[in-house]
Ligand binder design. Structure first.
Ligand code: MN
Length: 267
C-alpha cells in the first residue's frame, strides 16, 4: 500500500479545536484529506441535504493548513468525498474530535457518529471520537485536552490501517474522559447520561417558546458496568463497536408467526 489516505470530518464545523488537533495528530500516519461542515451540525444525526446544491470551498484552518468545507451535513461530507471529491478512496475515515461525549442511545442523535456510519456503509474502516466535557461544560478550569484525545485516535487509526477488524457496516465509537484516562474499556452502548427537561418562557412578543434542555446525570444507572456510559464516568477511554444493522435479530423468530397470523386490511 502506498501512502494511506485518511478522510477527516466532524460535526462541530471546521473551526472546532478538536478537528485541528486531530488533523495534526493524524498527519504522520498518511495523507489527511479534510472535508468538514462550514457550520455546527451537532445533533444532525444522519441528516442529508438533498433539497439544495452543495458547495465545496478551500479554506485555511487556524494553523494555516488548507482544507475543504461544505454547506452540507457531516454525512454529506463523507458522501461527497467518497463520490469523487477525495483524491482517491480513503483507507480510513475519522470523525471528530467532538466537543462533548457521544454515549449510549444518544449516539443516534450524533452527527459525529453519523459521519463514521456513512463510511462504514461504504465498507471503509471508520472511527468517531468524542471528548467528554464533564458536567460543567465550558468550565475554564477543566478545559479538555484535545491533543490527548487526538493521540488516542491516531493510535487507533494506526491499528485500523495496519489490520482493520471492522467488517462493512461496523464502526468504532470512541469517547475520551475529561481527566487523564485510567485505561481503555471495550464497551457496549449504555442508555443515556441526560435527564431531559422542558424550559417554557415568553418571547419579547408575548408568545410561548419551548427550550429542550437537559442535565447530566450524576452517575450511570445501575447495571451498566460494561457500558460506554459507565466507562467514561469512571475515567476510562471507551471503545464501542457499532453496527448499522439495527434489526433486532432476537425478535425475528418470535415475530415470524405474524406472517400468517395477521391478515392484511381489506382482504
Ligand atoms: Mn458536535
Amino acid at each position: 500500500m502506498g501512502t494511506p489516505l485518511i478522510l477527516l470530518t466532524n460535526d462541530d464545523g471546521y473551526l472546532a479545536p478538536g478537528l485541528l488537533a486531530l488533523r495534526e495528530a493524524l498527519e504522520r500516519l498518511g495523507e489527511v484529506w479534510v472535508l468538514a461542515p462550514d457550520r455546527n451540525w451537532s445533533a444532525a444525526s444522519r441528516t442529508r441535504v438533498f433539497h439544495k446544491p452543495l458547495r465545496v470551498s478551500p479554506v485555511r484552518l487556524p494553523d494555516g493548513v488548507l482544507v475543504h468545507i461544505t454547506n452540507g451535513s457531516p454525512s454529506d461530507c463523507v458522501s461527497l468525498a467518497l463520490l469523487g471529491l477525495a483524491p482517491r478512496r480513503p483507507d480510513v475515515v475519522v470523525s471528530g474530535i467532538n466537543a462533548g461525549a457521544n454515549l449510549g442511545r444518544d449516539v443516534t442523535y450524533s452527527g459525529t457518529v453519523a459521519a463514521a456510519m456513512e463510511a462504514a456503509q461504504a465498507g471503509i474502516p471508520a472511527l468517531a471520537i468524542s471528548q467528554d466535557l464533564g458536567p460543567e461544560e465550558g468550565d475554564e478550569e477543566r478545559a479538555p485536552d484535545y491533543q490527548r484525545a487526538a493521540r488516542i485516535a491516531a493510535a487507533l487509526v494506526e491499528r485500523l490501517l495496519a489490520d482493520s477488524p471492522l467488517p462493512p457496516g461496523v464502526l468504532l465509537n470512541v469517547n475520551v474522559p475529561l481527566a487523564r484516562p485510567k485505561g481503555i474499556k471495550i464497551t457496549r452502548l449504555g442508555t443515556s447520561i441526560w435527564r431531559d427537561y422542558l424550559v417554557k418562557g415568553k418571547d419579547p412578543r408575548g408568545r410561548d417558546y419551548y427550550w429542550l434542555a437537559g442535565e447530566m446525570m450524576p452517575a450511570p444507572p445501575p447495571g451498566e458496568e460494561d457500558t460506554d456510559v459507565w466507562a467514561v464516568f469512571s475515567g476510562y477511554v471507551s471503545i464501542t463497536p457499532l453496527q448499522l444493522d439495527l434489526t433486532d435479530h432476537r425478535l425475528l423468530e418470535a415475530l415470524r408467526a405474524w406472517e400468517t397470523a395477521l391478515s392484511l386490511p381489506g382482504e
